[in-house]
Design a protein around this ligand. Structure first.
Ligand code: NI
Length: 138
């Protein structure tokens, strides 16, 4: 565990009140942990700006009956096999499929694959959860 630093800072009262509300809303037991997590969130968003290796999960919602769509989605994942770790398919209803695809790779490559999957006809929704390999977060 790295050395702990104590710090004091100055902040406008109105902004501090908002900060306190956020800490309470998110059920943090102390402000330090909240600030640590805010810093880590910023570090993760910086990782996603550049060409760092990141961890992400794509969730796709799509129409089961759309012609050749499943094949197209699978082809795209094969083509990017170097960044696709695993995927899980759920048959949500008679007509709707959900697929979660876990990825590890350069941020630009993960974003590119997300865009390609999202643009296939019959894909109703695609979301990307942006996380981190954790290497630079401690
Ligand atoms: Ni299905």
């Amino acid at each position: 565990m790295s050395e702990l630093i104590r710090l004091s800072l100055s902040i406008e009262k109105a902004l501090f009140d908002k900060f306190e509300k956020l800490v309470e809303k998110h059920k943090y037991v102390n402000r330090s942990e909240f600030i640590r997590d805010m810093i880590r969130d910023l570090l993760v968003s910086e990782e996603w700006q550049g060409q760092h290796e990141v961890l992400g999960t794509i969730t796709l919602i799509y129409e089961h009956h759309k012609r050749e769509l499943s094949e197209k989605l699978t082809d795209l994942q094969h083509h990017h096999h170097n960044i696709v770790l695993a995927s899980t398919h759920l048959h949500l209803t008679e007509k709707i499929c959900a697929e979660m695809i876990m990825l590890k790779g350069r941020a630009d490559a993960v974003n590119e694959l997300t865009d390609k999957l999202r643009q296939q006809r019959g894909v109703l929704h695609a979301s990307l959860t942006m996380s981190s390999t954790g290497i630079n977060l401690d």
